[in-house]
Design a protein around this ligand. Sequence first.
Ligand SMILES: C[S@@+](CC[C@H](N)C(=O)[O-])C[C@H]1O[C@@H](n2cnc3c(N)ncnc32)[C@H](O)[C@@H]1O
Length: 290
Amino acid sequence: MTRTHTHTPHHGASHGHHHERDTGGEAEILDLDAEVLAEHTASITAWLPLETSPRQIVDLGCGTGTGTFALLDRFPDAHVTAVDTSTEHLQRLRAKACARGVEERVRTVQADLDEDAWPDLGSPDLIWASASMHHMARPERALHAVHDALAPGGLFAVVELAGHPRFLPGDAPEDRPGLEERVHAAADRLQAELMPHRGADWGPMLTAAGFTVEGERTVAVNIEGDHNEAIGRYALGVLQRIHSFVADMLSPEDLAALARLLDTGGPHSVLRRDDLTVRTERTVWAARRT
Ligand SMILES: C[S@@+](CC[C@H](N)C(=O)[O-])C[C@H]1O[C@@H](n2cnc3c(N)ncnc32)[C@H](O)[C@@H]1O
């Protein structure tokens, strides 16, 4: 087990090795994501093709614990080993476990899953990896390692996102309609280079690693804002994080319009909008070690 610090320009873009990793803004976005998308996460855990309730679960690239806590809720007899490179995320996860009184059921392990030697994960009957497999530099190798770590008959659930969620109507903001799509297009160009496996079809890769893929499901997320202030903060967090690294890829007019949306004290702040929605997609693959 080794400690490696990597740099994450924004949510979902952690990659590479031996760089400083800024997880501050990411942690808040992960927490808001857990809050806003809780029902969708629960529907994914409920869908998993499990004949018996798992007792030992591993959450790979657990972040601040979205999957860990959803799984602890769903399987009240289970223990979860939560693995991540980020000590900061793991500390946050542990604090939440204590606050919820489930610390006895959670073990946190700091590890870089791109390293050859994986920590001892026991013999779990369920391994969960949400929005983390696409971060792996060598996902094929990681999939083999997951296969070997699972108990025979155990299930691997890979959850991946279609991309960053969208929040604004297509004709917003008024002076620069379509701004959000242009911001995401710039982010996608950058991410395609950093993380070629983002948006991949994990089915064939899971089969190649020896798994039997038992199901695949795509969940469309479309949540009305309804003045939910968490959605405003979530939109602000995601756009801030993207802004920090696509700035020089945008036109001056788009950059100025984005700055107005991010200016929380100003009249055009995204926090003041009452027309936000959360639009995204999640796909889950359920793969069995046969
Ligand atoms: C987008 S976040 C997803 C977090 C969480 N699974 C969730 O659904 O909210 C990706 C996580 O993978 C972790 N990660 C990225 N590369 C990793 C690696 N090589 N080894 C372990 N964790 C890694 C990051 O630190 C981050 O917490």
